[in-house]
Structure formats: structure tokens, C-alpha cells
Design a protein around this ligand. Sequence first.
Ligand code: NDP
Length: 288
Amino acid sequence: QLPPTTVLGLGSMGSALAEALITAGHPTTVWNRSATRPEPRGSTRAATVPDAVAATDLVLICLLDHGSVRDVLGTAGPLNGKTIVNLTSCTPAQARDLAAWATERGAAYLDGGIMAVPPMIATPAAFILYSGSQAAFDQARPVLDRFGESHYLGTDPGSAALYDLSLLSGMYGLLAGILHAYAVVGSEGVAAVSFAPLLTRWLTTMVGFAASAAEQIDRGDYSVGVVSNLAMQSAGFPELLELAEHSGISPELIAPLGPLMARRVADGHGHEDLTGVIELLKKGADHE
Ligand code: NDP
């Protein structure tokens, strides 16, 4: 028999996780706060949290936020000997707190960050970050691999959340730029669908910045391999803001980078790469 598993939470993501387990043939117990959400076909619905937790050794949690996880686990009854995998988004500090809380109660704790939307679960597009108890990861792996590619980041329970939120930060920066670009071309009547192929092509090329910037950042040397120096980029940036203003488009999604570039140039780094702006973001830098 495949490892039986409990899933707490039948929101969009919890349901997708439970369905992946059922499809793969795992006996699956589910629980949800409101009875209005239907249980996936083939699962066993538990009436209470203690019943759901008592049903299997492995308990997956996918609720709205950290507060709801604390509320629900607080009513779970004995956790001794359980393996808890928390797939709810949280901060590293929240993950570490919950790991300590669960460990005190005799449970093994693994934290997870899902890098997928629900329809991607159980497809090759999904990857999921894990950190915390190595024993919990090893034991739960046959179950976890059903959801997508599993990446174990080490025993610090906060690591998965750190990586998850950092990946999301990169994503939101990209999405902000995309929205700004569509707003600006749209102001002159260009349909987003006609602009999309060029925007996609340009961003696909520019995503190489992630790797080239990483080398400069790890060396702490922003003068290596510079092809477009910061002074040039900083001189051109006001044109973006001028166009936005002329087009009646709010610059708020892209504006913050301008003053950071200008400060870095003023500090004598104009010959270096844009990457050096990271120095102004660090703790202890003179934030304005
Ligand atoms: P939904 O809003 O669809 O579902 C939220 C779930 O949390 C419901 O089961 C809801 O129960 C439950 N819940 C909320 N508050 C409480 C509470 N106080 N006590 C008990 N249960 C509670 O969210 P998703 O399923 O989309 O997201 C779940 C987690 O997965 C989040 O942490 C999210 O960040 C993460 N995630 C989601 C992704 C997505 O694209 N959806 C992508 C990656 C991660 P009820 O039915 O009773 O309201």
C-alpha cells in the first residue's frame, strides 16, 4: 500500500494536492474548516482536525496563511510521532517558530514552498522547495514527489520560505515591468497582444541577467564583464519616466530604480554594472 496521507485545507491548492495523491493511489484523508468545499472524489473526509491528524502519520497542511496554520494545529491533539509538512506560504521566522513548536510536541517538521499554481501540480512544470527535518523529507518523499520536482534545501526550516519569497520577489519585479510596458504602449493605442511577442522575446534574452549578475555579486566586483555601464543606463533612465509622464501613465512600478542608479553613479561607480545597486539595498547602507 502507498503511504496514507492527510491533507488539511481544501482551498485551490490543498484540493490540487489531495487530487494528485488520490490519482497516484495514496489513501487520502482530508479536512477543511467549511463543509461547503467538496472533498475530492476518492478521499475520506474527517469531521474534525484531531480525527484527520489521527488518521495518518503524515500530515500535509495547505491553509491560507501562518495564522490559520497555528489556529488549526493548536486544536490538532497529540502530534507525537507525526510528520508535519507545512505547504502554506510563510516567512522564514514563522517557519522556524512552527518547527520549534512542532518539535517540542514530538513531531518531525518539514516546511515547503510551492513554486506552481494549482493546475501545474503533478505536471513537470511544478517544483517545490523543502527544508527542515531531513528524516521527514526522506520519509515523505514518495508522497511529495507526486506534486512536482522536490528540492530539499537543508535542515534550517526557514530556508524554503527564504527561497520561496526571494523567487516571488524576482517574479513581482518582472511582472511590474511587464505591466508598465503594456500601459505605455497601450497609451498610444498598441494592442497588448500585438506587443506581446516582442516583449516576450526581449525578456527571454534579458533573463540571462540573473546568471551574469550572480557572478558579479558573489565576487563583490561589479566591474567584471561590463557591457552597458551604469552611467550610461542612469543617463537614459529619465527618458522612461518622461515617456510615462507624457503618456499619462503612472511611473510608480518602475520609478524607484532611477534614484538608486543615480546615487550609485554619484558615489563613483558609473563605470561599473547596474548590479552594484545591490550595495544600496543592503542593511547598513544609507537608505533615503
Ligand atoms: P484558498 O484561499 O483557495 O484556500 C484557503 C484555505 O485556507 C481554505 O481551505 C480555507 O478554509 C482555509 N482557511 C483560511 N483561514 C482559515 C482558518 N483561520 N482556519 C482554518 N482554515 C482556514 O488558498 P490556496 O489554496 O490558493 O492557497 C493555500 C496556500 O497555498 C497559501 O499559503 C498560498 O500562499 C499557497 N500557494 C498557493 C498558490 C496558488 O496559486 N493558489 C501557489 C503557491 C502557493 P475555508 O474553506 O473554510 O475558507
